[in-house]
Design a protein around this ligand. Sequence first.
Ligand code: HEM
Length: 161
Amino acid sequence: MIMDDLVVARVLHVLGVVIWIGGVGIVTAVILPAAATFRSPEEHLRFFEAVERRFAWIARGMTLIVGLSGFYMLWKFDLWDRFARLSFWWMHAMVAVWAVFTFVLFVAEPLFLHRLFVEHARENPEGTFRLVQRFHWILLLASLITIAGAVAGAHGYAFFE
Ligand code: HEM
């Protein structure tokens, strides 16, 4: 059996998802709660920025790989009609999760989010870090539900039928 382009695209897609969402999981469940134990807000902010800056580059790279491989499969398998059916909600969910991360990582963060975050973290460190933590949990949960739906759906499970 030969490894065709669609197999390569699927392998890259899943590897990208593992590294990217796995990273979001570690940041959300381990690093942010650990950083919250720092006493001084300056130290907290410096540590958060150092971790998030490094991870943001990994997440940007993986977002590109997942998006390119996803659209390639979509186009080659010609799956566009799935978007007209609610039972393929996981296809909509993949594109939605990808779009939110792409917007945050490539547009919002460099343009205004980082500046806003630093300003608010100086004024109200606890409230700002709580908000950031909540935002990470929501994105992580949405991503995990999407992954569960996509694996079941891609392997033949028909939702609502
Ligand atoms: C532009 C964004 C994306 C597009 C166009 C896209 C497209 C696709 C397509 C066409 C498939 C194959 C479906 C099938 O075989 O029936 C797939 C599979 C999958 N995608 Fe995405 N995807 C995108 C983003 C994401 C994201 C953000 C995640 C994770 C949160 C994700 C997770 C998965 C998983 C887990 C599979 C199943 C792989 C398998 O078990 O074979 N995708 N995607």
